[in-house]
Design a binder for this molecule. Structure first.
Ligand code: ADP
Ligand code: MG
Length: 388
């Protein structure tokens, strides 16, 4: 957590002589279970992390919106009344896109200076992009004395990602970023966009994040391939039941009946989606009854399904999950986010955290080029303006 003094200092260092009028905290997120289900109309179960991205803002008089990112060490300007189309550098397009969406909604923007500082790792599957979009949107709204309700805000941020980052993401990242609640997870139905905030009841447990610090390039090309395979499987199921709208509407019996008509790979992709969607309400139930053992088992099952059926894991993620499995006191572990690198999330007995850290150091850091970064997180509040 960055404190407000640090935020003020940072802003004045980036923009000498200018003090921030607004500061916003927008959290990253960890999806506890329900991976690659969102674009199949399924369920997800994320938390907003204690790690967050911060946006500070001060007014300016030069007609521009200036944005500085400490992660990239550069400042980008665009006209406040005409932010323009996506261009280089790519990171600033998330900010530009949000500005365009606000103007499109009839909110004219005054010129201002934004500084972005974040402790959400970039591109690690914990959604730094949604934190950047939502954080920017809240900062610009506050600077222009306007408000947008939580859900329209999340949808606006997602639209910016679709149009300005060309990433056809589902609704999870932006929803949890605005709807996160301390000590709660969010069970989100990606079809109806309805949700339930479920208290995290597991006594004496810790959520441990293990970041592989790798992102295999193949990942970005595989996302549309997986979407296409899901559509292909769905189309085969729809031949016997045209009422099916998404894989969400199918079950394993139905899939098995059509197995012979399906390519083996498409079958396995569908099996992941169908079983993973079914695991989310089971995990939510385990959460409600405080059953960490069942919750953990579902996490391991989810990982196996992502690895074997959906094939979006990688050697680094699998190694971390296997190491975690062997540590007494670890309830469950799985890759989180899109895959091909990024993070593993584990639910562990608090007094087993140190053994897990030691095991990762001994068995993982020796074997792979980059050490895993291990840290803990807690379910935190969604994005808000913070008092300066
Ligand atoms: P994820 O959302 O899982 O972190 P994405 O690829 O969706 O991964 O988004 C990461 C991108 O978001 C970065 O490459 C960068 O363009 C942008 N971004 C995230 N955090 C920051 C930041 N602090 N400063 C500037 N850009 C950022
Ligand atoms: Mg993202």
């Amino acid at each position: 957590m960055v404190n407000t003094g640090e935020l003020r200092d940072l802003h004045s260092r980036v923009y000498p002589g200018s003090a921030p009028r607004v500061a916003v905290r927008a959290p990253g997120r960890v999806n506890l279970i329900g991976e690659h289900t969102d674009y199949n109309d399924g369920y997800v179960l994320p938390i907003a992390m204690s790690q967050a991205l911060y946006v500070t803002a001060s007014p300016s008089a030069d007609g521009q919106i200036s944005v500085h990112s400490t992660a990239f060490g550069e400042t980008v300007d665009f006209p406040a009344d005409h932010p323009g189309s996506p261009s280089d550098p790519a990171w600033a397009n998330y900010v530009r896109g949000v500005a365009v969406m606000l103007i499109r909604r009839g909110i004219p923007l005054k010129p201002c200076r934004l500084a972005i500082h974040s402790d959400v790792p970039l591109g690690a599957g914990v959604s730094s992009s949604a934190a950047l979009e939502v954080g920017t949107a809240l900062a610009l709204l506050a600077m222009n004395e306007r408000r947008i309700e939580a859900i329209p805000l999340a949808l606006l941020a997602r639209q910016a990602e679709h149009e300005y980052a060309h990433s056809p993401c589902g609704i999870m990242d932006q929803f949890i970023c605005v709807l996160g609640k301390t000590r709660h997870a969010l069970m989100l139905d990606c079809r109806s966009q309805t949700y339930e905030q479920i208290p995290l009841p597991f006594e004496n447990t810790t959520l441990v994040i293990m970041n592989t610090q790798v992102k295999h390039a193949i990942g970005s090309s595989q996302y549309p391939v997986r979407q296409k395979q899901c559509h292909e499987g769905l189309a085969i199921l729809q031949r016997s039941d045209p009422r099916l709208i998404a894989l969400r509407d199918a079950d394993m019996d139905m899939l098995l009946q059509h197995r012979s008509r399906m390519d083996e790979v498409v079958f396995r992709r569908c099996r992941h989606v169908i079983t993973e969607i079914a695991r989310v309400p089971q995990a939510a139930e385990a959460m409600k009854t405080g059953d960490a053992v069942t919750f953990g088992r579902l996490m391991f099952d989810s990982h196996a399904s992502l690895k074997d059926d959906y094939e979006v894991s990688c050697a680094e993620l699998d190694a971390l999950v296997d190491i975690a499995r062997q540590v007494p006191g670890v309830y469950g572990a799985r890759m989180t986010g899109g895959g091909f690198g990024g993070c593993v999330i584990a639910l562990v007995k608090s007094d087993a955290e140190q053994s897990l850290r030691t095991a990762v150091k001994d068995k993982y850091d020796m074997r792979f080029e980059k050490p895993a970064m291990v840290y803990t997180t807690t379910a935190s509040e969604g994005a808000t303006v913070v008092p300066l």
